[in-house]
Design a protein around this ligand. Structure first.
Ligand code: ADP
Ligand code: MG
Length: 425
């Protein structure tokens, strides 16, 4: 039955041995059968050894393959982790929306920009989370036609904040279809634009100051003459009361013009400061005492001063700083004709100290925010429009900046941010 020739021979030898006519013949056939049997056993043993060897090699190869697979998986995990880390910590907001409109990437910066939580938007349809034109173009059309505006700027109101965003979009159509879609990169450029505006404003103010100073100077000389002659005239007209009164009007007019000219000149003059390292908390308390006893302190206004326990030494010129703070404080008083709360809070943040002067007054219209620090900008009947200009000039002379935040009907906060010397606490 078997096709193996050795086995057939063996079978035959056994058959022959069984059917032998005599013992000799039987023994001969049997010995042949044994011979064949032992040869076959050796062959089988060799084959089995070879097979075992092969099995061992295969096992080793398998183990090696497994090890390298595990290593590859670990490497892949590391790379994914590394890329995810970059994606999450990059200062740009990154959003990916696939062809079905599902948000498959929404990094931490994007979440911060939109005041959202990644978990609330990830793997959801973009239209259930945002409006179709949230990024300044129609997402539906961009996904349908594979087109998107590459770069655009958008001002967004996100909760109470107004943010200026730079949005750059690319349509990805490479690789497997599941990875096609829109990649949207977002950059918050509010701070940059604010700095740009401040720089422009400073340039403008410098020019304006120089021009005003020239004009004021030119006015001052003839003004002296006018005043002198009007005084002489007034004396000569002593017996004609109605005419003398007119001369007096001229004198009064020249006086107020002179005050204006001096104000303009003092505004245009660069201020000289002599900073000393002083404890700023104690200084603010002194200012508070000074303001409380001032007859101009309005009734109905409560003054709160928050000073941290640890003393903060900051380099500043006390005289100039007092004038700066009083400007902010009196503006706050004037913004609260019905009374309210004025808070002066001191805070140390990194290498800066911040003094926030907040009121619960009328607030400032958004369209006025840009003009606040321009000379002569005032909304008050008897205002000069130079208070904030002076305050800002003093803060800038200290290497700091003056920030403002305001909400109509809620109040305003002016924050002085002063750099602290490194190592000084
Ligand atoms: P002035 O007080 O003479 O008007 P300022 O330069 O001090 O000039 O202020 C300019 C303008 O800024 C004010 O007229 C007012 O409209 C606005 N302003 C300043 N501070 C406040 C404040 N705390 N609340 C509301 N408006 C303010
Ligand atoms: Mg003022």
């Amino acid at each position: 039955m078997s096709s193996d020739p050795v086995l057939e021979q063996l079978q035959k030898a056994v058959d022959l041995a069984m059917h032998s006519q005599n013992t000799d013949e039987g023994v001969r056939h049997l010995s042949t059968a044994f011979q064949l049997f032992s040869e076959e056993t050796i062959r089988l043993k060799e084959a089995s050894d070879k097979l075992q060897q092969r099995l061992q090699t295969v096992n080793q190869e398998l183990a090696q393959a497994h090890r390298s697979l595990v290593q590859k998986v670990a490497e892949l995990g590391n790379v994914t982790h590394y890329l995810n880390n970059i994606l999450q910590n990059i200062s740009q907001g990154i959003v990916f929306i696939n062809l079905d409109g599902i948000i498959t990437t929404f990094n931490d910066t994007a979440a911060r920009l939109f005041n959202a939580r990644n978990t609330d938007v990830l793997y959801k349809s973009v239209w259930t989370c945002f409006s179709d034109d949230i990024f300044g173009f129609s997402l539906r059309e961009a996904l349908r036609f594979g087109l998107a505006q590459r770069l655009l700027y958008k001002t967004m109101q996100i909760d109470a904040d107004i943010k200026e965003l730079e949005i750059s979009t690319t349509y990805i159509s490479e690789g497997p279809k599941a990875y096609h879609g829109l990649i949207i990169m977002l950059r918050d450029i509010s701070e940059m634009q604010r700095l740009q505006r401040t720089a422009n404003r400073n340039d403008r103010m410098k020019e304006l100051g120089e021009m005003a100073a020239t004009v004021a100077h030119e006015i001052r000389n003839p003004l002296g003459g006018i005043r002198g002659y009007a005084t002489l005239l007034s004396r000569d007209l002593a017996d004609q009361k109605n005419l003398q009164e007119m001369a007096e009007f001229i004198i009064e007019g020249t006086k107020s013009l002179e005050t204006l000219v001096s104000t303009i000149l003092s505004y245009a003059r660069p201020i000289q400061i002599q900073p000393q390292s002083l404890e700023i908390g104690a200084f603010l308390k002194q200012i508070g005492q000074f303001v409380r006893v001032d007859p101009a302190y309005p009734r109905g206004v409560k003054l709160d001063i928050h000073i941290p326990q640890d003393p903060i030494l900051a380099p500043f010129d006390p005289q100039a700083f007092k004038s700066c703070l009083l400007n902010l404080i009196y503006n706050a008083f004037q913004a609260m004709p019905q009374g309210g709360l004025l808070t002066i809070a001191l805070l140390q943040l990194d290498n800066t100290c911040q003094i926030a002067v907040s009121d619960t007054g009328v607030g400032i219209e958004a369209s006025h925010l840009n003009q606040l620090f321009s000379p002569f900008f005032t909304t008050k009947q008897k205002g000069t429009g130079l208070g904030l200009v002076e305050a800002q000039k003093i803060v800038q002379a200290h290497g700091g900046q003056l920030d403002v935040r305001s909400q109509i009907g809620r109040g305003s906060t002016f924050t002085i941010i002063l750099p602290l010397k490194k190592g000084v606490k």
